[in-house]
Structures are given as structure tokens and as C-alpha cells.
Design a protein around this ligand. Structure first.
Ligand code: CMX
Ligand code: CO
Length: 133
């Protein structure tokens, strides 16, 4: 069951600069910062209603966000849905023929459990599933 939009991930070339810009232009304050080695990112979250904006800086060129920035430039990288049961949501996608990037749920930031579905099977949108503990 999808509960909400958890966050929208945005790839940025310079995290410090982007955080400053978001604060200045939208009047939002960062509420969380975390380095997630497993995903090759440093993230900063801004609370917007019950969802977040997730600014993503790449930890290297050979990471998903690094490659995305190189190929497409800065912009929306993925949409993350908050679900009550990530394994069940993955099974549903798998049954519908959607390729999952993660075979099993992985640990994301904030101690969440996450999994990604391939953008080629989701209308060109990289989709993340997030189960909040
Ligand atoms: N959104 C939409 N389409 C995307 C995309 C994205 N974020 N990233 C790649 N694509 C498209 C490419 O444009 C390309 O399309 P074409 O063949 O038409 O050119 C196709 O998908 C294949 O792309 P690629 O450049 O060959 O990229 P890879 O296959 O190497 O990687 C992906 C793509 C989605 C498998 C990889 O980015 C991935 O594993 N992502 C999941 C993990 C992740 O993104 N982690 C960072 C965020 C962490 C977090 O949110 O916590
Ligand atoms: Co995300």
C-alpha cells in the first residue's frame, strides 16, 4: 500500500550551494543530512508537508547520481513512494513485469528500507520504494 510521496530526489552538482539556494529561494530549512556510502550519495532533506525534497550530491563520478549528472545534468532524479511494506510492494512490481534494481530491500538514510525499480519499466521515471521504521 502506498501511503504518501516520501521524497523527490534531485541531483545537484554542488550540495552546499544547492542547500543555500533552496533555503534562500523557497524559505525551507534543511532538517537532515546523511552520507549513504551504499548509494554513493550525500543527501540533505527539506520537509515539505508530509514529504521531503532530497538534494543529492554524488560521492564520485562512478555512482548513480554521478553518472546521471554527467549524462543528463542537474534535475529530478527519482520519485520515492512511502509504502507500508517494501517487500510486498516489490513483489507486486515484479509480478507486473517491472525490473527491480534491488533484489532485496537495502538500508537507506533515516534507517529506512528502500528498493529501486528500473526507469525503463516506469515510464522513464526512476522509482524508489521507502519503508519508514
Ligand atoms: N531517471 C530516468 N531515467 C534514467 C535515470 C533516472 N534517474 N538514470 C538513468 N536513466 C535512463 C538513461 O537515460 C538511459 O536511457 P537511454 O538508454 O534511453 O539513454 C537508461 O536509463 C540506462 O541508463 P544508464 O545511463 O545506462 O544508467 P545505468 O543503467 O548505469 O543506471 C540506474 C541507471 C537507474 C540503473 C542506476 O542509476 C541505479 O541503479 N539507480 C538506483 C540507485 C540510485 O539511484 N541511488 C542514488 C539515490 C539514493 C537515494 O535516493 O537514497
Ligand atoms: Co531517494
Amino acid at each position: 500500500v502506498i501511503l504518501d510521496i516520501d521524497h523527490i530526489g534531485i541531483a545537484v552538482p554542488d550540495l552546499k550551494d544547492a542547500v543555500e539556494r533552496y533555503g534562500r529561494t523557497l524559505g525551507v530549512e534543511p532538517i537532515h543530512r546523511e552520507r549513504v556510502e551504499d548509494q554513493g550519495v550525500e543527501e540533505v532533506l527539506f520537509a515539505v508537508g508530509s514529504s521531503f525534497i532530497q538534494l543529492l550530491g554524488a560521492l564520485g563520478a562512478d555512482t548513480p547520481v554521478g553518472a546521471f549528472l554527467e549524462k543528463r545534468g542537474p534535475g529530478v532524479h527519482h520519485i520515492a513512494y512511502r509504502v507500508d511494506d517494501v517487500a510486498a510492494a516489490m513483489a507486486r512490481l515484479r509480478d507486473e513485469g517491472v525490473r527491480l534494481i534491488d533484489e532485496t530491500p537495502r538500508r537507506g538514510s533515516r534507517d529506512t528500507l528502500i528498493a529501486f525499480a528500473h526507469p525503463k519499466d516506469m515510464g522513464g521515471v526512476l522509482v524508489e520504494l521507502v519503508q519508514v521504521p
